[in-house]
Design a protein around this ligand. Structure first.
Ligand code: NIG
Ligand code: FE
Length: 392
């Protein structure tokens, strides 16, 4: 079954060989999907025939957003913590334990319902690939349950084995890490692709993060790191040393960290909604990009620091507050997310790529930053078909 999308006002291909600039922009363009893949991209006037034809009426079409950082397996919320924070109480890693308690108490179906609700919400705002982390169990059975439930919905499952030491290991973080590195990784690895650790004051230090990533890699998981979110620390250096796919947050980095990232293949993922909701310092995305670091952009949906699934909101923040150009922000949310997930089949609209695209209620991708807070995603194509609900 082939599908023609024609009369596209602005098409972002992310194929610099094809259109203008890094986004590979074409105007008056068309796209053909064949099954779940892109079959043809070019000028509307030259488009081949297809089984069905859809007139985009001059709208902008982009690759679906690639959300490379989401914590969706949890129960409860932390609205009161957010309220207290807005009244001046600083965010600290320990708040995660509130969600650990609620998540451990929840049923499987309650957790599934939350994941589904947040994926449907993500899809409506244009995310067609979503990574999902565990991390609110922090015991073997509870982390196993989280990665299993995540795997029902996505191939991009991350075992966030070391998020914060749970209460039963209070004052015994090394013992917790030893348990993670033996039993937890062994039991959970078959259900995950990635291993993640929160390397931060109040969570895990350099040696502990190093141990978790080493054990995860030995079990076949690929490292990624939560690093340099709240303070300068060793997160970036640990990530680079482990050839992590991505180090995420990077709000507090040194010049040495930027240099190390620039010399590595590790992506720096900025999560400005978390900084917005915690009144944290924003990452210096300009310094990262200007140094040659590959930057991805995610929403970091979680009940503590960033209870949003909206990549358009993050694009607006990235442009307004991180001083990324609209082109850099759109690239970071699409091709950048794909790099952070080491995927070359998504994040671009070129022949052979997955037919994941979004149609805006706007003539240009610029409107994502120019019209903040407006639900501009009019239609989502996922695997070559219009999607209104998340399908695994
Ligand atoms: O990405 N930094 C650690 N993890 C989450 C926050 C988790 C929470 O507060 O529940 C984050 O910001
Ligand atoms: Fe996170």
């Amino acid at each position: 079954m082939s599908v023609l999308l024609t009369n596209i006002g602005t098409l972002v291909t992310n194929d610099p060989g094809h259109g203008v600039g890094a986004l590979g922009v074409l105007h008056d363009a068309a796209l053909v999907f064949d099954g779940d893949a892109v079959a043809w991209v070019g000028a509307a006037a030259q488009a081949p025939d297809a089984d069905t034809r859809h007139d985009m009426g001059g709208a902008a079409v982009l690759p679906g957003f690639v959300e490379s950082h989401a914590h969706l397996v949890f129960a409860g919320d932390r609205a009161e913590e957010f309220g207290a924070r807005m009244a001046g109480k600083p965010y600290a890693a320990g708040g995660i334990r509130t969600t650990i308690a609620a998540t451990r108490d929840a049923t499987d179906d309650q957790l599934r319902a939350t994941v589904r609700r947040l994926l449907d919400e993500s899809l409506r705002s244009g995310s067609t690939t979503v990574e999902i982390k565990s991390g609110y169990g922090q015991s073997v059975p509870s982390e196993l349950r989280s990665v299993r439930i995540a795997a029902e919905f996505t191939d991009e499952v991350t075992l966030l084995a070391a998020h914060v030491p749970p209460p039963e290991y209070a004052g015994r973080t090394d013992d917790y890490v030893a348990m993670v590195c033996s039993e937890m990784v062994d039991v959970c690895a078959p259900h995950a692709k990635w291993i993640d650790v929160f390397c931060e004051q109040g969570a895990f230090d350099r040696d502990q993060a190093d141990a978790v990533l080493t054990a995860g890699a030995a079990a076949g998981l690929i490292p990624r790191v939560h690093g340099n979110q709240l303070h300068q620390g060793p997160g970036v250096q640990v990530a680079v040393a482990h050839n992590a796919a991505s180090v995420d947050h990077v709000a507090h980095v040194s010049q040495a960290d930027i240099d190390a990232l620039a010399a590595s293949s590790t992506v720096a993922t900025v999560l400005p909604a978390a900084d917005f909701c915690t009144r944290n310092t924003y990452p210096d995305a300009r310094a990262l990009i200007d140094a040659g670091v590959t930057v991805a952009l995610g929403a970091d949906c979680n009940p503590g620091t960033s209870y949003t699934t909206s990549i358009p909101f993050c694009i607006a923040l990235a442009v307004r507050d991180l001083h990324m150009t609209p082109e850099e922000a759109v690239w970071a949310a699409t091709a950048g997310g794909a790099r952070a997930l080491r995927r070359d089949d998504i994040g671009a609209l070129a022949p052979g790529k997955r037919a994941d695209a979004i149609v805006l209620d706007a003539p240009s991708y610029l409107h994502l930053a120019y019209r903040p807070g407006v639900p501009l995603v009019r239609q989502v194509w996922r695997g070559g078909a219009v999607a209104t609900r998340w399908e695994a």
